[in-house]
Ligand binder design. Structure first.
Ligand SMILES: NC(=O)c1ccc[n+]([C@@H]2O[C@H](COP(=O)([O-])OP(=O)(O)OC[C@H]3O[C@@H](n4cnc5c(N)ncnc54)[C@H](OP(=O)(O)O)[C@@H]3O)[C@@H](O)[C@H]2O)c1
Length: 177
């Protein structure tokens, strides 16, 4: 089947491209600024803030499923509004959407464990934007799934991994998030 991976040039997205291809799927991957060195069947440039091009990228790819692995950090238009636009476009077509979210929708205060029924209580602009995206997506797309992940460990060079090392070393206060 054809899988459209939004943010396919990113840290998680490029691994999703690799694994989807290895499983025999056709992959269409998007980038915002530049494709990376993973090799999907096709690259498409996509800015989630551009609702028109969003529609045409999904129409051209005709995916069986869309995975949103994009990240715009604390940028509200990219991280909160863009994914809701994507949900509107995919819902209109009846295309399932998997939206990757984060444990940063939670404050971490009061409990070490969260289940799906727990309401978000973000304490950062990034967490707030991700929580807003989740709420909007689930409101407009009946077939959408939100998958919250924590730190994704990989080759050590991802933005998140470097941030965690910098926070541990005390060389940043994490203000970007
Ligand atoms: N990495 C982690 O440890 C971690 C932890 C928890 C949750 N997550 C979640 O996992 C997902 C992937 O994270 P990641 O670390 O793999 O992100 P990443 O490496 O920063 O990749 C971000 C992707 O989003 C694309 N992008 C940026 N601006 C965009 C825009 N305006 N429109 C469309 N696409 C845009 C980028 O394209 P260009 O490369 O061309 O700019 C890139 O493909 C995110 O939803 C994040 O919240 C990640």
């Amino acid at each position: 089947m054809t899988i459209l991976i939004v943010g396919g040039s990113g840290f998680l997205g490029s691994e999703l491209v690799r694994q989807a291809k290895a499983a025999g799927h056709t992959t269409v991957a998007t980038y915002a600024t530049k494709p990376c060195n993973s090799i999907p069947d096709a690259w498409r440039r996509l800015d989630l803030r551009d609702a028109e091009s969003l529609d045409s990228v999904v129409a051209d790819a005709q995916p069986r499923v869309v995975i949103n692995a994009s990240s715009g950090r604390a940028d509200w238009a990219i991280t909160a509004e863009g994914p809701v636009q994507l949900a509107l476009v995919t819902a209109k077509r009846g295309t399932p959407l998997v939206h990757v979210s984060t444990d940063a929708v939670f404050s971490g205060a009061g409990t070490a464990r969260y289940d799906e029924s727990r309401l978000p209580d973000p304490v950062t602009p990034y967490g707030a934007a991700k929580a807003a995206a989740e709420t909007g997506i689930l409101a407009v797309h009946p077939k959408a799934v939100v998958a919250r992940t924590s730190l994704i460990i990989g080759h050590g060079l991802s933005v998140h991994e470097r941030l965690v090392h910098a926070l541990a070393a005390g060389t940043t206060d994490g203000a970007l998030y």
